[in-house]
Design a protein around this ligand. Structure first.
Ligand SMILES: NC(=O)c1ccc[n+]([C@@H]2O[C@H](COP(=O)([O-])OP(=O)(O)OC[C@H]3O[C@@H](n4cnc5c(N)ncnc54)[C@H](OP(=O)(O)O)[C@@H]3O)[C@@H](O)[C@H]2O)c1
Length: 330
């Protein structure tokens, strides 16, 4: 079967360091073109990464007839507009998280996608493709009992004032950048949408975006809390408390291929630990997306999931602004 030919919108760090190498080592895809606002950047990235064609504009990439699918790792405010343009150009789109700035933004993309039902569109929550989840899901279903509490943390220390994460006008801030993972994980584990949410979103001195985002999500059967912190020591974890056991993931979100990703299970007082150090979640995501194109089957993470996550993001921003619980109307 012919490989899916990918084009990459920009020379974003995540593309250069993770996703392009992952596609290049995938079974079902190859990267054939990359574009940048600056031609010399596109040329340098193409040369360094062994990509055949460099384009001097995003428009030129979308007009490239030898590109089947676009990977969109632009800053958050450009996810929707350039994903729409890519769909209009007849390309499948894998778009970085969060897929839009808010639900109204996302609705525009969904309308464009509805006009091209033959094209695939997916939000790139890569963590769900890490092999640890293949094991966790049956443990959740069979061993842990009814989940009553999820507690997660994701943090790094980024004080670069020019970084897209620290710029308020282009969709920066910790909640958008990494808080979206805490929401996604909680919705995945409970398997439904929260009923109401509350958040504290704090900028720190010198920054105009939230640097410390703490949220509580009430689900029908339990609670999820998470903190996304962008100005403290980098670390992450997730604890899932069920009525019959406790699961602790040391690297729930972005385990590095080849490095430890331990999951600890405590069932009736007995402990077991599992280490999932094999598997590249970016490669697995790219292959799963490519397979859905090749087989013309639904994408593994449906757009309804992206809508659900975005609704919660909207509600958490509203909660912080209005200083109250916000009901989620699914
Ligand atoms: N899934 C993951 O593991 C993961 C990890 C990190 C980031 N991400 C997501 O990926 C996206 C990119 O993150 P990143 O850290 O790779 O960003 P980045 O290195 O800053 O790259 C963003 C790229 O967008 C292009 N761009 C176009 N307009 C821009 C503007 N107004 N300001 C800045 N850049 C602009 C630039 O490329 P050109 O100059 O080449 O045009 C720039 O290199 C974000 O949405 C982020 O949430 C995902």
């Amino acid at each position: 079967m012919q490989k899916i030919r990918w084009g990459v919108l920009s020379t974003a760090k995540i593309a250069r360091t993770k996703v392009i190498p992952a596609i290049q080592s995938s079974e079902r895809g190859e990267v054939v073109a990359i574009a940048s606002r600056r031609f010399d950047s596109a040329q340098a990235a193409a040369r360094d990464l062994g990509i055949a064609r460099a384009h001097d504009s995003y428009e030129a990439l979308l007009a490239d007839p030898a590109v089947d699918a676009i990977y969109n790792p632009l800053p958050n405010h450009l996810h929707v507009p350039w994903s729409i343009k890519a769909l209009e150009a007849g390309k499948h789109v894998l778009c970085e998280k969060p897929i839009g700035l808010n639900s109204a933004d996302l609705e525009q993309l969904l309308a464009a996608a509805a006009k091209r039902p033959e094209l695939k569109l997916m939000e790139a929550f890569m963590y769900r493709f890490h092999p640890q989840w293949d094991s966790i899901k049956p443990w959740l279903a069979k061993d842990l009992g009814q989940v009553r509490l999820i507690n997660a943390f994701f943090g790094y220390n980024n004080r670069n004032a020019d970084d897209i994460r620290n710029l308020p006008d282009i969709g920066g801030g910790g909640l958008m950048d990494i808080g979206c993972y805490g929401i996604s994980l909680a919705r995945l584990v409970y398997g439904c949408e929260p009923q109401r949410v509350i958040a504290s979103l704090r900028p720190l001195p010198g920054y105009q975006v939230d640097c410390l985002a703490t949220a509580m999500l009430e689900f029908p059967e339990g609670i999820a809390t998470f903190t996304a912190s962008t100005k403290t020591e980098p670390t992450q974890w997730a604890e899932i408390h069920g009525e019959a056991g406790l699961m602790r993931l040391e690297k729930p979100f972005n385990p590095e291929p080849g490095q430890d990703a331990k999951v600890h299970l405590q069932l009736s007082g007995a402990h077991q630990s599992h280490n999932f150090c094999e598997g590249n979640q970016y490669q697995l995501m790219a292959d799963a997306f490519a397979k859905s194109i090749q087989d013309n089957t639904p994408v593994p993470t449906p757009l309804s999931d992206a809508q659900g996550n975005m609704r919660v993001l909207d509600a958490l921003f509203a909660s912080s602004r209005e200083n109250r619980w916000i009901e989620i109307n699914a």
